[in-house]
Write a protein that binds this ligand. Sequence first.
Ligand code: SF4
Length: 274
Amino acid sequence: MNIALLAHNAEQAQQHLRECHLCEHHCGNDRTNGVRGKCHALDEVRVFRHRVEWGEEPELVPSHLFYTSGCDLRCKFCIAEENAFNPKLGTLLTPEFLKTSIAWGRTQGAKNLQWVGGEPTIHLPGILEVMKEIDDLPDIVWKSDFFSSTAALDLLDGVAKYYVADFKFGNNQCATSVAGVPHYVETVSRNLKHVLERGILIVRHLLLPGHFDCCYRPIVDWIAKQMPEVRFSLRDGYLPKWQAKHHPALHGYITKKDAEMARKLAEAKGLRLV
Ligand code: SF4
């Protein structure tokens, strides 16, 4: 890790706390002055869980995941439930906390440090600020909904070794009704192209019940056409968490048959499944 670059990017990121454009909501609010934007986050970062996990993509595990609270999306099926949306939950991220946690993660065999959420990009200034205080950082994995601004992604250039990007919806109507965000597809597809040459990119998709033709199929088509060499991680472990029970289309599961059909489509399109 280039500590000088990290320090430079950390300083640059601070401007977003005074006028926030870290994600495509572009709230422009002063987060140092108690003004909350759509993600509700201010200038502190809180970690609601950290643990070493093996369920990630094979080349990443064992991975030490740090889950930050707060998010710029409002997915009705969010598995992290309230933790994802309330940035006041969790332990305050400090250099001491991170240093101690990394040391523990190493004893568990972790080979990288993975930022997840919620959405870590809304906390980029605070995360960079704390990371720059650590001398021997592991490789950084940035797991994101990719609804960020390109300015935020530029601050990760040279910092993140891996990008794990959730491509959740294949059309804007589903993104708006399920996650409450506008112009989703153009934002995520733009961002994927933006980082494609900047690190190791893994595009991840969680199969949602009832969203095969409207979401999964267009995503597979887009990847096959735009970035056929990219690593593609197909996830079939959907659970109807959080508010999914109130939405009949989301209150279901992915069957073995659904998962098999999805895998066959990805293979037929020549995607690089990981
Ligand atoms: S991270 Fe996004 S949602 Fe949060 S304040 Fe900044 S622009 Fe708004």
